[in-house]
Design a protein around this ligand. Structure first.
Ligand SMILES: Nc1ncnc2c1ncn2[C@@H]1O[C@H](COP(=O)(O)OP(=O)(O)OP(=O)(O)O)[C@@H](O)[C@H]1O
Length: 701
């Protein structure tokens, strides 16, 4: 193919870039036979490519050109609906290698959101700024007074007439007062800034966390949890540090620099001009080296994070590591990552050593240069010794301030991009709100569910229909089972009923009312109970875990739910009973125990509709029996949607719905479907034909 597309995708996964390879001019007939989906991807990719490639087509020296991605395409015809061919007698120009990359868009810093967080702290901020400016102005005074002090000392080194203490005391006291005032002002603005920074960071974190929790489930399909957590932690931290630094050091450095430059030009205009020529060059060189070191430091940090990630993954999945005897490999993997991080850190150490060595030489040379030139001026009676001293101290302050400002510039850029990332998701408004809408009064609630002509594609994969014209009724108080091959769309039906997503077309109704008009928090909190294959418990007590289903439940309600879920006995057998802490994600409990707690958690809210998504599939025979018993009890009097692979668990359902590729293939009771001898009967037969020696063979089929 003439064009190499890489990372080509569709709406869910946009084209990231393309590479046009240069080709020798030649005549050929291109026949490309591509699968329809690939074809449409490439067409879409080409459309996007045209946007980012140079506009003008190459000069057509040898007849018609095929300039793929540009304005010209060779003859292209669609054929037979599902294939396309590129057929053309084309002479291809030799094109320069064009690489076109479009980076994922960096979000812009949202000043208005930042202002909302800053506004409540304006008084503290204003006070901090005034204190910082005051401290900087005091700092400008100090070199001048030090110069006067040196003058007095110098006077007493030549002639010992008069009282040094008398003369020096008032100046000394003045200096002492300035030092104290500067110390107090510094303390004041640092305390205020620290408080301000922490408060703003806390507000931002809290708001961002709330915004993330409120996002649609589809939002989380395309985001990595680690990245979201990083926005809450590292990005907020970076933004806070930058903000504090800009206010404290930025203001201070600017004020000091301006003040000291005025002092310097008053003390000696000639020396000031020389200083102004040399200092920026040195600061520029230092900044360049500093930027390299920061890059190295970032790489070292990233490598450390990578090594930590390896350790985190291995320790977090220690059971899997143990089960596969992967300890030596994990150790080796961690060791390799550590070695790389060690090498980078050593390189960074060497860089810092060079930087410090060079900056020592440069600063000392500047002092020497100032003394040398200044000494010449002193010798020529153009400058006093004290003024030279003042000049030296003030020039050091200017250099420090300039160096601070150059570091600060990088920090501002990093802080703004961290802030942009932090604020990005605050502006994302979820399509499905958490609250708002109609609630059906408890006395009128029947629990009848219906799907009308539902079509659905996941937002992360918009071109891929998962449900096609799906129609289903779940009569109140009846058990409906969804079975079928993996990937047929069974869990998707449950997700739509929970209103994790809205259908692309059609409606899902509860008691005849479109779910879109009902209050989602009421629907999930009071009407629907959901029990999945992987029960997720929180690392708190059993009591709290069950109470998550109904936050205001009394202890008695918790006990009743546990009894209904066949969990009360095993809970009471623990020394701590209901106060037993279950460990991270319930790690201290068996699969069956976790599942029964999940059932109790779902039952405590007395849901009218119960969704069981493979609720017993991860359990062994005995646990399955106990859990199934609990589920059977929980199912009575409720509308139940059971999703199951093991068909033995659903043969008693009032209706069994067989799904395949997003459509309903068969509906009926177990015996009706068996008699029909269709897909269901086929599935049952395939589950009955267990390999020889298979222990869990279910004789019921
Ligand atoms: N969050 C998602 N984003 C994009 N596509 C998804 C998502 N979840 C599921 N799918 C896709 O939707 C289709 C149906 O998946 P679903 O989980 O509903 O099938 P299932 O019948 O429940 O399968 P199984 O029995 O294996 O659990 C699959 O092709 C799957 O890849």
């Amino acid at each position: 193919m003439l064009v190499h597309l890489f990372r080509v995708g569709t709406r869910g996964c946009p084209v990231r870039g393309a590479l046009l390879l240069p080709l020798r001019p030649r005549t050929f007939t291109a026949v490309r036979h591509l699968e329809s989906r690939t074809g449409s991807y490439i067409l879409r990719a080409l459309a996007r490519l045209r946007l980012c490639l140079p506009r003008s087509p190459p000069a057509s020296r040898q007849g018609s050109s095929l300039w793929v991605g540009g304005l010209l395409l060779g003859p292209m015809i669609w054929s037979k609906g599902c294939h396309f061919y590129l057929v053309g007698r084309c002479e291809v120009e030799e094109l320069p290698l064009v690489e076109c990359k479009s980076q994922p868009e960096e979000p812009c810093f949202n000043w208005s959101v930042f202002w909302c967080f800053l506004r409540p702290h304006l008084l503290a901020l204003g006070t901090a700024i005034v204190l910082a400016l005051g401290s900087a102005l005091v700092n400008v005074q100090i070199p001048l007074l030090l110069g006067q002090f040196v003058e007095i000392v110098g006077k007493y080194t030549h002639d010992h007439l008069g009282n040094f203490m008398m003369e020096a005391r008032s100046l000394g006291l003045h200096l002492l007062t300035l030092y104290t005032v500067q110390g107090v002002l510094t303390f004041g603005y640092l305390v205020l800034l620290s408080r301000l920074g922490e408060r703003i960071a806390k507000d931002i974190r809290q708001q961002l966390f709330g915004c993330l929790l409120r996002q649609d489930i589809g939002f989380f399909d395309t985001k990595k949890t680690g990245q979201l957590v990083a926005r809450l932690t590292a990005d907020v931290q970076e933004f806070k540090s930058s903000f504090k630094l800009v206010i404290s050091q930025g203001l201070r450095s600017c004020t000091q620099m301006a003040g000291c430059l005025v002092s310097l030009s008053v003390l000696s205009p000639r020396l000031t001009v020389i200083l102004l020529m040399v200092t920026p060059a040195l600061v520029g060189a230092g900044s360049l080296l500093g930027a390299l070191l920061r890059k190295l430091s970032r790489q070292a940090q990233e490598q450390i994070s990578k090594a930590t990630g390896v350790a985190d993954e291995a320790l977090g999945n220690v059971r899997t590591v143990r089960a596969f005897a992967m300890e030596p490999q994990e150790e080796q993997h961690y060791g390799e990552e550590l070695e790389k991080s060690c090498e980078l850190s050593e390189k960074l150490g060497r860089g810092i050593a060079i930087f410090q060595g060079l900056s020592n030489i440069a600063l000392n040379c500047m002092v020497l240069g100032t003394l040398f030139i200044g000494g010449t001026l002193v010798a020529g009676q153009e400058l006093s010794g004290g003024d030279l001293m003042s000049f030296l101290v003030a020039s050091q302050t200017v250099q420090r301030s300039m160096a601070n400002l150059s570091v600060l510039f990088g920090q501002v850029v990093r802080g703004l991009s961290a802030g942009a990332r932090v604020f990005e998701y605050m502006a994302v408004i979820p399509d499905i709100p958490l609250q708002g809408g109609h609630c059906i009064p408890h006395t009128e609630l029947q629990g009848a569910v219906s799907f009308h002509n539902v079509c659905f594609s996941y937002p992360s994969r918009p071109g891929f229909p998962v449900l096609k014209n799906f129609n289903l009724r779940l009569p109140p108080g009846k058990i409906v089972a969804l079975v079928g091959l993996s990937g047929g769309g069974k869990s998707t039906v449950a997700a739509l009923l929970e209103r994790f997503y809205d259908p692309t077309e059609g409606t899902v109704c509860l008691d005849g009312q479109d779910l879109r008009n009902l209050d989602p928090s009421w629907l999930r909190g009071e009407v629907i109970g959901f029990i999945s294959q992987e029960p997720v418990l929180f690392g708190t007590t059993i009591m709290e875990n069950i109470r998550l289903g109904k936050l205001d439940a009394s202890d008695e309600e918790v006990y009743a739910a546990a009894q209904e879920a066949n969990a009360h006995n095993f809970i009471c057998s623990f020394p701590e009973g209901y106060d037993t802490v279950v460990g991270e994600r319930g790690v201290t409990l068996s699969g069956g125990q976790k599942q029964r707690l999940a059932i109790a958690r779902a039952l405590i809210k007395q849901p009218k509709v119960l969704i069981l998504d493979e609720a017993t599939s991860a359990l062994d025979g005995e646990s399955e029996r106990v859990v199934q018993e609990a589920l059977d009890r929980a199912s009575s009097g409720r509308t139940v949607l059971v999703i199951a692979h093991r068909l033995s668990t659903v043969r008693a359902a009032h209706q069994i719905v067989v799904m395949s590729k997003g459509c309903i293939k068969e509906i009926g009771t177990h015996s009706e479907l068996m008699r029909r001898g269709g897909l269901y009967a086929e599935l049952v037969r395939s589950q009955t034909l267990m390999p020889p020696g298979y222990k869990n063979y279910n004789p019921r089929f």
